[in-house]
Design a protein around this ligand. Sequence first.
Ligand code: NIG
Ligand code: FE
Length: 418
Amino acid sequence: MQAVLLTNIKQLVNVREDTGPLYGSEMAELPSIANAWLLVEGNEIAGFGKMENLKNALPNQPAEKIDCSDKLVMPSWCDSHTHLVFAGSRENEFVDKIRGLSYEEVNARGGGILNSVRKLNDISEDELFRISWKRLEEISALGTGAVEIKSGYGLSVAGELKMLRVIRKLKEKSSIQIKSTFLGAHTYPLAYRDDHAAYIKMITEEMLPVIAKEKLADYIDVFCEKGFFSPEESETVLRAGMHHGLQAKMHVNQIHSIGGIDTGIKLNVLSMDHLETLHSDDMIKIKNAGWKGLCTLLPTAAFFLRMPFPPARHLLESGAAIALASDYNPGSSPTGNMNLVISLACIQMKLLPEEAWNGATTNGAFAMGMGNSLGSITVGKLANLIITTPVPSLAYLPYRFGTNLIDKIILGGRPLGF
Ligand code: NIG
Ligand code: FE
């Protein structure tokens, strides 16, 4: 078995025994060890401790040694919300928005999601795999070790299956851990704009049975929003997915508060994502419902769309568990850079660095059902790790926003240099 020994680590970050998601004030605690070592055997974390105790813990077999003097070692990012399988960029809409169009106006003109749908249906499955693979390489170099990827740019039986099959192939070939989400209810295709029932029937009767049979998805998601899927329509779609064994997630309260929070609580969804527009009664519901899922916040999307940032501090005061994710997609967040997500969470949402780390590692892992195998430095968890460049402290990383402070990545126990 191959072994890698990291020594003289300035700070080993997010060291914990197995936990569940972290709620409210728990998120401010980020247990760390100063002057530490860590041993990787095969693809797992085999042990760690303080440097002064290293002698007693040396592995039997020779290990590749990496000196981490002045550097931090931390679990890789767990990015629990992306749409990184897409066919092409949309910088023309970016410019339209600079000229004054709103996100909703761009969508109403047949741009937005439908623009990506046209592009996706025009390229082959092989080509889609090739360009998506490049995006996975890009985010792995930025420290992401686990990612959830959604469909939702096909919006036809063939298109959705094409996306999900590409995600399955990425899962099979990549050292990044991947979860797959069926988002057929992303928007209504033009032909179904006035016949919502017929499209929902296509989702429930034509897409879902094949997806379930071929085990193409882990989760079902819906864009619950004015002009997209109403709370009632969302409930129908999510229930159908749950009936086929998929756990539910939601895009909810991104632009309007239309009652989707009630749906999420009622269906006990795993995560409610976006939450840029949370009214005080929504907050009270989240606080009082006893719902134990994750609030997944996407600060790069709020930034890119020039929207108010989600009220992260209020959510924490209400005892919520926050996960942070990139939303990597061509329309609202054309980046999968979790380092930037962390910086924006600290700068614009006033999360403490410790809270942001927990959101992007431990809670991110739980938001995609990987909390027991990833998201912290724990013996037996997968060795997907980030080694930073020499830095003075943890807070220095989000403080130096936009700067690449990653020296090395370890994925599945193997060091990758950049
Ligand atoms: O999470 N809000 C809905 N879906 C994506 C954006 C998709 C797009 O514009 O292509 C999001 O922001
Ligand atoms: Fe999204």
